[in-house]
Design a protein around this ligand. Structure first.
Ligand code: 13P
Length: 262
């Protein structure tokens, strides 16, 4: 049985994945809204991380510069630099002020045919330039129905997480995002989240207890102001990766206000 009682743990992390949404005007409006509702809050560095589309990173970096909100890229290339038309390297993300990078999101795995090997290379690039990485894992509906949740998560994690911890980023976060829960208004249940995150913790411990003990594990998939409280109250959850609800400053600020009481 998964505990629903709030317990003493580090302040939750809220990661806002804006995906391929917005334009200069709407992102300015979103930032203005966040400035009104969120920027004065006592946010510890790394507690709120925003992931805008690459082309708007510098604009957002400037805007959040005097806050503790940190910046991340939604992806980085697996190569260091060179003839990769359209590519954005981990070093470039660092150059424009990113502290984080999101890797292995299911939308990238599906739409861009990313596989575990490529994601592992990206993780190495991120690590080389000092980016913290949030790596996404999670099963699709077919796999869930076939009872393969554990198998899928375990193989994704083991392929991405090296036994050689010297090649891992100084800070690695795992986001459990069941594909069927993304953008569906149908978040995983408390029991499903608790089970998957506890299993992820076990797998990490089996690989290297000392190194992965402090790894933060987030949940993502239809997180809103309505369910954030009960999700963050699960004892194994360290934070949330939020898509749709992070595009509205009011919703995201409400989520923050609930999260800070946990
Ligand atoms: P939604 O919050 O819109 O379901 O998206 C989740 C997600 O994919 C975050 O990376």
């Amino acid at each position: 049985m998964v505990s629903r009682m709030p317990k003493q743990k580090s302040p939750p992390i809220l990661a806002a994945n804006w995906k391929m949404n917005g334009d200069i005007q709407s992102i300015k409006r979103l930032l203005d809204g966040l400035r009104n509702d969120l920027f004065d809050e006592e946010i510890k560095p790394g507690q709120v991380v925003v992931f805008p589309p690459h082309v708007y990173l510098q604009m957002v970096a400037k805007n959040i510069g005097n806050t503790n909100i940190l910046l991340g890229g939604q992806d980085a290339d697996e190569r260091e630099s060179g003839s990769v038309t359209g590519g954005v390297s981990a070093k470039m993300l660092r150059d424009v002020g990113c502290d984080y990078v999101l890797l292995g999101h299911s939308e990238r795995r599906i739409l861009f045919s990313e596989d575990n090997d490529g994601i592992f290379q990206k993780l190495k690039q991120a690590s080389n330039v000092g980016l913290k990485a949030i790596v996404c894992v999670g099963e699709n509906l077919e796999q869930r129905k076939a009872g393969q949740v554990l198998e899928v998560i375990s193989s994704q994690l083991k392929a991405l997480i090296s036994q050689d911890t010297s090649s891992q980023p100084e800070e690695l976060l795992i986001a459990y995002e069941p594909v069927w829960a993304i953008g569906s208004n149908k978040s995983a249940t408390i029991e499903q989240i608790g089970y998957a995150l506890a299993e992820i913790r076990k797998i990490l411990r089996d690989i290297d207890t000392d190194f992965y003990e402090s790894t933060k594990i987030l949940y993502g998939g239809s997180v809103t102001e309505k369910n954030i409280g009960e999700i963050l109250a699960i004892d194994v959850v360290d934070g949330a990766l939020i898509g749709g609800a992070s595009l509205d400053s009011k919703s995201f600020s409400k989520i923050w206000r609930i999260a800070k009481t946990i």
